[in-house]
Ligand binder design. Structure first.
Ligand SMILES: [Fe+2]
Length: 363
């Protein structure tokens, strides 16, 4: 028997933010980062919470470290809110999700209502049971996976994406394509996750170049926010793969943006996985849906071309990972990638030598 469940309600489209007015309770904690707190964007959220007692925790940072989450969980348990609004990029959302989870263990209400409002189109964290944290002392990223991390409500407000810089649009957008492509062939894929992954991939494929080129508001940015959400739903059900296992292992050590690593790794991982017959066929189908020659090879090449169009590096050295540093970390990166939770869903088994060969090609 297989199961497919959707637990998060999604408010989307123009003026989606109005959904915050229906949040339960009088006490609300907003978790965000310093940049958003200092911009006018946080005020748009606070306006929707008028009349309630609101506390803002604005210490979210990229890939939240464990000690920050512990501090946040304590603040949340002390304030005892009935609802938490996670507001920001994937890292702020992950921080809030982990804070809420640990905060409940420290005395925050068990029925705490978690609402996520993304300001980038990338992680899909607003609908997933994943949160990626980091241990800076060990240089390791930890994907935390628990259904308790699932937000009850996701609010997709396109207006928040208007000022996102092109480089961030490119990095996060390539993450969306990686989520959809990995979920599509992952071991846990089903007809339900396939439908979500196909729509996510084709929508992002058609929208990302225009979203990257757009200054200010753009329908393409709204489409990328939808694609990110659909891809999040897909991989939350199906799992991810080796591309994300490698991105976590490299990102923890070399501090390269997650989406930029995925952009670099995805074409190579598609070529590796295409040797698996089922995956090869599915990649071909995905390519066909994007009006490309329906083969895995053409999908991989097309992603490389898109990466170039988005002005992203084609080698790890272009991301600041020196070849000598990669060589000395190669064994450890391969071991971490193979031990990563995401790699377990990869459709083709990979060993240390496969992973090291793939990394050497991208050095
Ligand atoms: Fe990702």
């Amino acid at each position: 028997m297989e199961r497919f469940e959707l637990k998060t309600a999604v408010a989307f489209g123009e003026n989606a933010l109005a959904a915050l007015e229906a949040l339960p309770g009088r006490r609300v904690m907003v978790v965000t980062d310093g940049f958003l707190a200092g911009s006018g964007l946080l005020d748009k959220v606070l306006t929707r919470l008028e009349g309630r007692q609101v506390e803002v925790f604005d210490q979210g940072v990229p890939v939240p470290p464990l000690d920050l989450v512990a501090r946040g969980a304590r603040a949340l348990a002390d304030f005892r809110p009935e609802a938490v609004v996670a507001f920001g990029g994937g890292s702020a959302l992950d921080c809030a999700k982990a804070m809420a989870q640990f905060g409940k263990k420290l005395g925050a209400p068990e029925d705490l209502s978690l609402c996520a409002v993304p300001t980038t189109a990338g992680t899909g964290s607003e609908v997933t049971s994943f949160a990626v944290l980091t241990d800076p002392a060990k240089g390791v990223k930890y994907p935390l996976v628990d259904d308790g991390l699932l937000p009850r409500l996701a609010v997709l407000e396109p207006a928040f994406l208007e000022g996102v810089p092109p480089a961030v649009t490119a990095d996060t957008g390539m993450d969306v394509l990686a989520h959809a492509a990995e979920a599509y062939v992952a071991k846990g894929a089903s007809p339900y996750s396939d439908a979500l992954a196909e729509k996510a991939f084709t929508l992002a494929w058609g929208s990302l170049p225009a979203a990257f080129a757009a200054k200010g508001a753009s329908p393409a940015k709204g489409d990328m926010l939808l694609a990110s959400n659909l891809a999040g739903l897909a991989f939350n059900a199906a799992g991810l793969g080796l591309c994300h296992g490698l991105a976590h292992a490299l990102g923890g050590r070399f501090h390269v943006p997650h989406g930029r690593l995925n952009a670099l790794l995805l074409p190579a991982v598609i070529s590796f996985n295409a040797a698996d017959e089922r995956s090869g066929k599915k990649y071909g189908r995905l390519a066909g849906l994007c009006a490309l020659t329906p083969t895995a090879r053409s999908l991989s090449f097309a992603l490389e071309r898109l990466r170039g169009r988005l002005e992203q590096p084609r080698r790890l050295s272009g991301c600041g990972v020196e070849p000598a540093a990669l060589r000395s970390a190669l064994d450890a990166v391969a071991a971490d990638a193979l031990a990563d939770f995401c790699t377990a869903s990869n459709p083709r088994p990979a060993g240390p030598e496969d992973v090291k060969a793939l990394l050497r090609e991208l050095a």
